[in-house]
Design a binder for this molecule. Structure first.
Ligand code: SF4
Length: 214
């Protein structure tokens, strides 16, 4: 399959054969057979995504050991923290958000995915976004920020600042694994999620319930 789609180019640029998939289930079937980069050889399974197609999407970096084992993104300690943040923000992956990663196969030793791997997996994520058509995307960490917004962007500088691109509002914030390593990051991350709640009320549901954001 041709992969000459620029990183971060969502609705512009050439169609790929993945774009002919009518829904997420069909796309998942194709992506689970992907072996376009070397990560597939070292992982247990392709971790496609989790949640329901929704106006809110969250994008992380790549599967870790628990995700690789269970086949779902964000199910380890970082995932449990993310679920808690989502819960207090009035979101729930079973009801009103969708979660995916920049790369769908676990990088060995949880290393950062290499640029060539991010680019190889981009048509998969791009096709997911094209089917889901989110209004708001939370970018969890530098890898997601660099893939979706700008390859040189820094999470410490960009977090908390909305980027509007191709009709989607992107909110970069810290990856939940970073919050586990440095609890000082929890407060700014929570401020970012409160801004996500405000934007969700503005764009999607003015009655969205979150008791922490008036
Ligand atoms: S990481 Fe992405 S591109 Fe690489 S093999 Fe897995 S699904 Fe395919």
């Amino acid at each position: 399959m041709s992969v000459d789609v620029e990183l971060g180019q969502i609705f512009t640029g050439p169609e790929t054969e993945l774009d002919s998939c009518a829904n997420l289930d069909q796309l998942a079937g194709v992506v689970k057979a992907c072996n376009r980069c070397k990560l597939r050889a070292g992982c247990t399974q392709v971790v496609f995504g989790d949640g329901v197609p929704s106006p809110l999407m969250l994008i992380g970096e790549g599967p870790g050991a628990d995700e690789d084992r269970l086949g779902r993104p964000f199910v380890g300690k970082a995932g449990q923290l993310l679920d808690r943040i989502l819960e207090v923000s009035g979101f729930d992956r079973a009801r009103n958000c969708y979660i995916a990663n920049v790369v769908k196969c676990r990088p060995p030793g949880n290393r950062i995915p290499e640029p060539v791997e991010r680019l190889a997996c981009w048509p998969n994520l791009r096709a997911q976004i094209r089917i889901i058509r989110p209004k708001i995307v939370v970018l969890l960490g530098a890898t997601a920020l660099q893939a979706l917004v700008h390859p040189q962007a820094r999470i410490t500088r960009s977090r908390g600042q909305w980027v509007e691109k191709e009709g989607i509002w992107f909110m970069p914030t810290y990856h939940p694994a970073a919050l586990l390593r440095d609890p000082n990051l929890k407060k700014p991350c929570w401020e970012d999620f409160k801004n996500v709640v405000r934007k969700y009320r503005e764009l999607v549901d003015p009655n969205h319930v979150c008791e922490y954001v008036k």
